[in-house]
Design a protein around this ligand. Structure first.
Ligand code: SF4
Ligand code: SF4
Length: 241
């Protein structure tokens, strides 16, 4: 995003709309966008209602490398390469319909950059590389998988590395008996990345109604908040396993 200096009146109306604090005020009367911080989410343009039409989205935002920012940060944009919208896959939250995560498996989604800090793709790559060393295969339908240079190594394509996004979801399924090992790895990674992340666990109820992942969370002292999205009517019948 850019601010046209010839039109901007420095009213500061747009400043609080930026989720990553990229709209800067230079006293006494200059407002500009830090291009390194800006994740191209489009919120300021859509929501701030700039009275002088000074906010402008250049066409380059939709071209490499800036497009990485756009497609991962703007919920209204669709990835040009993958034709997938958003940061991850919707199935991560609709397992009751899709049954992507099978019995005996656990689904894991690491929502990097959430809430509001954003994430550099170099930090995302630290996570994907470590997971690759553990033999984890990322979810193929997640747009992040299309930016990998070498899925076996977890490396990103060169042009992606310097980009920054509001949020990017590292998403995969793994055997449930590897959960403890994976959570310890993710805890370790939390010390290495320069951002925050939310961790989602997707699991099926056991036959007796218990939740298989809870003992591991309790053992590791990880606090959790049960959450679910119920898709009334859509979950019947559950896809064949
Ligand atoms: S809302 Fe428009 S005029 Fe006001 S500071 Fe932002 S860009 Fe400038
Ligand atoms: S496009 Fe998004 S990240 Fe960039 S300045 Fe506007 S609100 Fe901030």
């Amino acid at each position: 995003m850019q601010i046209r200096e010839d039109l901007c009146t420095a009213c500061r109306r747009c400043v609080p709309y930026c989720p990553v604090g990229a709209i800067r005020v230079e006293e006494p009367d200059r407002v500009y966008i830090d291009q390194d911080l800006c994740a191209e989410c489009g919120t300021c343009l859509r929501m701030a209602g700039c009275p002088s039409g000074a906010l402008e989205e250049p066409a380059e935002v939709y071209e490499r490398p800036r497009s990485v920012r756009k497609f991962f940060s703007d919920a209204m944009a669709t990835h040009k390469e993958t034709l997938l919208p958003g940061r991850g896959t919707e199935e991560v939250k609709t397992n009751d319909v899709t049954a992507r995560v099978k019995r005996g498996e656990v689904g894991i989604a690491i929502e990097m950059g959430r809430p509001v800090l954003g994430a550099r793709m170099t930090d995302v790559e630290k996570v994907t590389m470590r997971l690759a060393r553990l033999g984890i295969h990322l979810e193929e339908n997640n747009p992040l998988s299309h930016l990998l240079a070498d899925p076996a190594q977890g490396t990103l394509q060169d042009w992606v590395r310097n980009e920054r996004v509001i949020s990017c979801i590292v998403e995969f399924a793994a055997p449930a008996d590897r959960l403890k090992e994976l959570l310890l790895t993710i805890k370790d990674l939390a010390q290495e990345v320069d951002t925050v992340f939310s961790l989602d666990l997707i699991t099926r109820f056991a036959e007796d109604g218990s939740i298989p992942v809870l003992p591991v969370l309790q053992e590791l002292g990880i606090h959790y908040r049960p959450n679910s999205k119920i898709n009334l009517g859509l979950g019947r019948p559950l896809r064949e396993e």
